[in-house]
Design a protein around this ligand. Sequence first.
Ligand code: GUN
Ligand code: FE
Length: 459
Amino acid sequence: MNSPIYITNHIQFAIVGDTFHTPIKGEFEFIRDYLILVNLDGDIDATFTPEHPSYQALLTALAEQGKLQTLRQGQYLMPGLVDLHCHAPQWPQAGKGLDLPLYDWLQNYTFPLENRYQDVEFAQAIYQDVTKTLLANGTTSAVYFASIHRESTELLAQTCLDLGQRAFVGKINMDNVEQCPDFYRENDIAQAFAETEAFVSNVFALQGNDSGLVSPVITPRFVPSCTPEMLNKLGSLVQKYDLHMQTHCSESDWARDYALQHYGKSDVQIYADAGLLNNKSVLAHSIFLTEHDVELIKQFNAGIAHCPLSNMFFANGAMQTRELLDSGVQIGLGSDIAGAPSPSIFRAAFDAVAHSRVREEGVDVTVASGERGTANARISFIEAFWMATAGGAQVLDAKTGVLSAKHHFDALVLEASPLIGNLRIWPEFDTPRDILEKMVCLAQKENIQQVWVQGKQVI
Ligand code: GUN
Ligand code: FE
């Protein structure tokens, strides 16, 4: 324990209140009147529970120094949410065209819209709005697909930096003549590669990005969009600079079959062979994985972005979330805007639970109940919250998602009150577990009162 003099010098501010987090998968911690000290870098310097001998003295000293925020009854502190898969340029399309299968949805809606981002002015307002919307929904770390355009993708990175969101931003690469329309395709592979390499160094060099709040991500759209040469060149970039990488992986029957027919191997094997996988890779969806695929993902310590709502529209099957969690593969959640319409990772966590329950029960009422579903496929609300926070952070290899010392202070205050939204808590008969489960089920943007990223309040 340090003296109040130490606090004056190194502590930016402190917050005390009832706190939830899930450092261990499948378990939760509820800490009453948890005291968190945030240093000048925006990282958590130390934490104290009321049992600590110096707790009261610290509270008094911090309050005297004007550095203490005390949460009131009905307010809860928790880690900020992590969205591992969001298509920022598709935000205007949220809720549109979801009656179409993936291939038609991409060709008819997505590619024409994304192509408009060659116009930086068009991009500006939308990128501002989507970043603000995600922050307001409690998403402190977001992994974005942008479009094929370097300039507007750099604008997205700058926007996240300006608005204070921890972001992982990718300029899409797609060059396969057979799958990409003439109007939205990279025709010169050397030029596309040079643009991508320039994008990477420009994002690292953004003014104000010294602490690395925004990171560049290598982003081959998915196997059908890219030539083997493009995948290999991008893999060499991942290796050269040890970069994050994101892509879609075995998302639908069609996508899985495309890989098998054109390469004779799975998406995961294709990405591994191209040098694209490392401990910071995000494989969105990952529905039709073989045992070998799972082993490969684990070997590289890569991760999966589970996008339950979008999977209901495009995946043609349910992800084996239970089995993947048990296998120890790193896994977090993605909104997949606009393959799904909701920007809320609370919603994604709820959908992950609901999806697993439908899978467990089965759906065909003409089949006997015992044979209708997949036994023991459910995941818990606590596991879903873990994926939304600590699990997502692990996928990114980022020191966030948990409110413990040496982690970034990325956090939110959620308030339950009869005056706000739909979340209601009755302290006399809701246990801490009940409260956390209710939050996953019912929390809305309106309940999120304050949001910090790297110790800076952004909402
Ligand atoms: N597969 C390739 N591109 C996309 C996309 O934009 N959204 C989704 N959900 N899947 C894809
Ligand atoms: Fe996607």
